[in-house]
Ligand binder design. Structure first.
Ligand SMILES: [Zn+2]
Length: 266
């Protein structure tokens, strides 16, 4: 049995370990930020975002060095523009897309104004539902719009290197991936191959919703979006820095299949 002294020793040991872990996390973050700065410079974005000591100086950069100057926005402006695009889409007023309008600008690089972590569902297309053109949205997709290490790397790249001021996690009604997760948790269903990974990743959202009525699917879908947003805001060592310093906004949207409307839910 441990006496008080043993416990104190164990606490000190744990604290030391925690301090070491924190030091390592800080070191990892500094290494990443240094690397991202170098990458930004090599991509021709010196003077913006991370390449200039984490200050958002994009607006001070001469417009001709930025592929799409109209995409240099604050987080609030970016969200406003995204939702205005959805309004045009819903009301059938989407603007025609002409590749030739932007081809010269985009050969030099890209500065998308929003990053979307979307479900892969063929009925939900971020570029269409926000009525945006090439070079405007940086999109990571996975069935069930949950967070993986790979798509987290994509999101960090968009923020730290491309200076994107907004991230939206975009789920939708009648999501097959969320249905699979509910089947796995509620009915112990096993899926073949790697599909089980997807069900397991969404399982925490299923367990978080106690309601078993006919609204279960939509409520779990919302919980999955909200929990992913929360994870991005607080548990990811690069994005949480930008979020804490109000350099970016991270929001959650639910796409309604019947109307095309994106409802902000987080
Ligand atoms: Zn889906």
């Amino acid at each position: 049995m441990c006496n008080r002294r043993d416990l104190t020793g164990a606490n000190i040991h744990l604290n030391k370990n925690r301090n070491k872990q924190q030091e390592q996390a800080d070191l990892d973050k500094r290494s990443f930020l240094k690397l991202a700065g170098a990458s930004a410079i090599s991509l021709g974005f010196a003077g913006t975002g991370i390449a200039s000591g984490m200050e958002n100086k994009a607006a001070e950069t001469p417009a001709q060095t930025i592929p799409k100057p109209e995409n240099v926005l604050t987080p609030d402006q970016a969200l406003e523009r995204l939702m205005a695009g959805n309004e045009r889409y819903v009301s059938g007023k989407s603007e025609p897309l002409d590749f030739h309008d932007v081809e010269t600008a985009l050969i030099k690089g890209q500065n998308p104004y929003a990053t979307i972590l979307s479900c892969s569902d063929s009925r939900v297309s971020p570029e269409h539902c926000f009525d945006e053109a090439l070079g405007d949205l940086f999109v990571a997709r996975v069935a069930g719009n949950y967070l993986t290490h790979d798509n987290l790397a994509t999101l960090e790249y968009s923020v730290a290197v491309l200076n994107t001021p907004l991230i939206m996690v975009l789920g939708h009604e009648s999501c097959g991936a969320v249905k699979a997760a509910i089947d796995a948790v509620d009915h112990h269903r096993d899926f073949p191959g790697h599909i089980q990974l997807l069900a397991s990743a969404i399982a925490p959202a299923v367990r978080a919703v106690s309601d078993t009525s006919s609204s279960r699917l939509i409520n779990v879908t919302k919980a999955n979006i909200i929990m992913t947003v929360e994870k991005l805001r607080t548990k990811t060592p690069v994005l949480d820095y930008y979020h804490d310093h109000k350099k970016i906004r991270i929001v959650g949207g639910l796409y309604h299949l019947s109307t095309g409307k994106v409802e902000l839910i987080a």
